[in-house]
Design a protein around this ligand. Structure first.
Ligand SMILES: O=C(CO)COP(=O)(O)O
Length: 253
């Protein structure tokens, strides 16, 4: 179902006490200020998922997400966390294919397809990330490059399965750089991707897909980005670490 979504990706930040405090502030502000039709998500470090999830119970438009999961259900994969483990903790969402995972942990489109399958098989909603580097953006084929990431990692799904995933477009050149894609650049890519999805699954499925923008999205620029016809919300890094900024973004529709 197409939804307004603002997801905060905390990445590798916050101690346990800081995480608890930030989650408590977000909880209070979501209850008081964020419209019920905006789904707010906090992708905390895996260590804190259980405790933060317990903290936010009872608020229907607030949830937690894992930042990654392994593609196998269990086994000798030291340090990894599987989709069945996340599901057993009551976790509903998992970010997959973030560019930092692709770059630093060499995740490939094929491996991500397996992670998406494992997430869906365990009832998790994947927030599937795609996006191009600056070098790719400066070439002629950047739109096709991002479409290809989607083709290779999620187009093996049935229409019903595809209907359960969220797409997040995050241009790598805009992540943590302060260089936000302009609203026109975001809209161009989001419309292209929606059209690409329509080509595979039909217009109804494409129109029902939530496509988020990420990359230096903040309290100042969120409103302009979210006003774009094909931008359904944001995946927020740095600005999700401050409750006030994060909630301002969640109120920017
Ligand atoms: O990578 C991001 C979210 O997943 C975006 O990070 P920033 O908002 O810090 O640019």
């Amino acid at each position: 179902m197409r939804q307004k979504i603002v997801a905060g990706n905390w990445k590798m930040n916050k101690t346990a006490a800081e995480a608890q405090a930030l989650a408590a502030e977000v909880l209070t502000l979501v209850k008081a200020e964020v419209p019920a039709d905006v789904q707010v998500i906090m992708a905390t470090p895996a260590l804190y998922l259980g405790s933060v999830n317990a903290q936010i119970q009872g608020v229907s438009n607030l949830a937690v997400a894992a930042q990654n999961c392994h593609e196998k259900a269990s086994g000798a994969y030291t340090g990894e966390i599987s989709a069945p483990m996340l599901a057993s903790m009551g976790i509903k969402y998992v970010i997959l294919g973030h560019s930092e995972r692709r770059e630093y942990f060499a995740e490939t489109n094929a491996q991500l397809a397996a992670k998406v399958d494992s997430a869906l098989a365990n009832g998790l909603t994947p927030i599937f990330c795609c996006g191009e580097s600056l070098a790719t953006r400066e070439g002629a084929d950047f739109l096709a490059f991002v479409a290809q990431q989607i083709t290779e990692s999620v187009f093996h799904l049935s229409a019903e399965e595809f209907g359960k995933i969220v797409i997040a477009y995050e241009p790598i050149w805009a992540i943590g750089t302060g260089l936000t894609a302009s609203a026109a650049q975001a809209q161009e890519m989001h419309a292209y991707l929606r059209n690409h999805i329509a080509g595979k699954y039909g217009q109804a499925v494409a129109d029902a897909t939530s496509i988020l923008y990420g990359g230096s999205c903040n309290a100042q620029n969120a409103e302009e980005l979210f006003a774009c016809a094909d931008v359904d919300g944001g995946l927020i890094g740095g600005a999700s670490l401050k409750s006030g900024d994060f909630i301002t973004i969640a109120k920017s529709f």
